[in-house]
Every structure is written in C-alpha cells, then in structure tokens.
Design a protein around this ligand. Structure first.
Ligand SMILES: [Zn+2]
Length: 192
C-alpha cells in the first residue's frame, strides 16, 4: 500500500509516501505539517525513513519523525545533516513488500535518488520529473540542467514501458501511462 500523507495539506511541503508492508517506510517526511499524527492514523510504527533528497520541503519534519518513531534515515549522502545511512547508486532497498533499485539522479540536487521496482511496477521519482512533462527546477544550488536531462534519460533506460505508477515529490501521482510522462519530461527539459 502506498499512501500520500501530504495529500490535501496546504503548506510548503513535498509529498510524503507511506509504503506499508513487510518493511514500512516513509519516503520523505515533508515539512510544516504534523506528519507524525498522519502516520499514526495509519500504522503503529515505521521501520525507516528513506529520502529522495534533502531539500527543506522534503526533510523539514525529519527530526520529529525520528524522535516519534525512533527510526533512522537513509539517503544518498550521509554527510548531509539528518542522513544516518547511505544508499548507493543501484543499491537495492526494500520498500513495503517490494525490492526497489536506487538510482542516483543528480540535476535537481546532488544527492537525489529515484526508486524503481520492476516487480511492483512503481517509480518514486522525487523531484526529477512530475506529471505532464514537468521536471525538477535546476535554478537552485546544485541545480544542473544537463545533469537533469542525463538523469531522466537514465531513468527512461531503466524503467519498463509498462510502468504502472509514478509517485512524484510534488503534485499528483500518475497511474495512466507514466512512462509517456517521463518521456515528455525528457523532451521538455531539453527545450526549456
Ligand atoms: Zn527538491
């Protein structure tokens, strides 16, 4: 089960995905809203926090979550404050009931990761791409448009055209032809 705990929240926050199953994981913590209560409404406990990247809107609630559930956080770069354990490029990570491959995908931020499970048919895209050909902004510190384009191309190489669901760091998830949305983002990022 994948639930977006930030759905309908009016605050400067990213989406927050609670992935339940064998290993219950929170993907990003969001910011500026009570995510701890939102987790507790659904589950008693979580096993880990996994971060797509460490922009403020994705990690603002991290300390509150770590304290409330006594959990550690995993991310690409453990030298960043709050990241306890490293996930390397192409490392396998269990989220819920499925194994996902982590894809280091810089361009929006240096420590950006996407997570893909061919089994589940699911991509967690973070702020790399969004629905309808949108893509992560590259005008912030560590932003790099060429790197972003290469990261999108890499994700397109790895994911299956039959991808069932894409869950993004902002905006709605895509469950109708998400592969086409990623292709469009690759085109749009080149034109902008
Ligand atoms: Zn971001």
């Amino acid at each position: 089960m994948i639930a977006n705990l930030a759905q309908g929240v009016q605050a400067f926050t990213s989406n927050v995905y609670l992935v339940t199953g064998e290993r219950t994981v929170l993907i990003d913590t969001g910011a500026n809203f009570n995510v701890v209560d939102a987790v507790r409404e659904r589950v008693d406990d979580i096993d880990a926090v996994v971060l797509t990247h460490t922009h403020r809107d994705h990690v603002g609630n991290l300390e509150a979550v770590e304290t409330a559930f006594d959990v550690d956080a995993w991310g690409y770069d453990p030298s960043v404050d709050g990241v306890d354990h490293a996930i390397d490029d192409e490392e396998t990570v269990q989220l819920g009931d499925h194994e996902y491959v982590a894809l280091h995908t810089p361009g929006h931020k240096n420590d950006h990761l996407c997570f893909y499970s061919a089994d589940a048919g699911v991509l967690f895209a973070g702020d790399l791409v969004f629905q309808n050909g949108s893509f992560g902004r590259t005008d912030l510190e560590e932003g790099d448009r060429q790197a972003l384009i290469e990261s999108i191309d890499r994700v397109l190489d790895v994911i299956d055209e039959e991808l069932a669901e894409m869950h993004t760091g902002h905006g709605p998830s895509v469950s109708s032809q998400p592969y086409g949305h990623v292709e469009l983002s690759a085109q749009m990022a080149r034109q902008a």
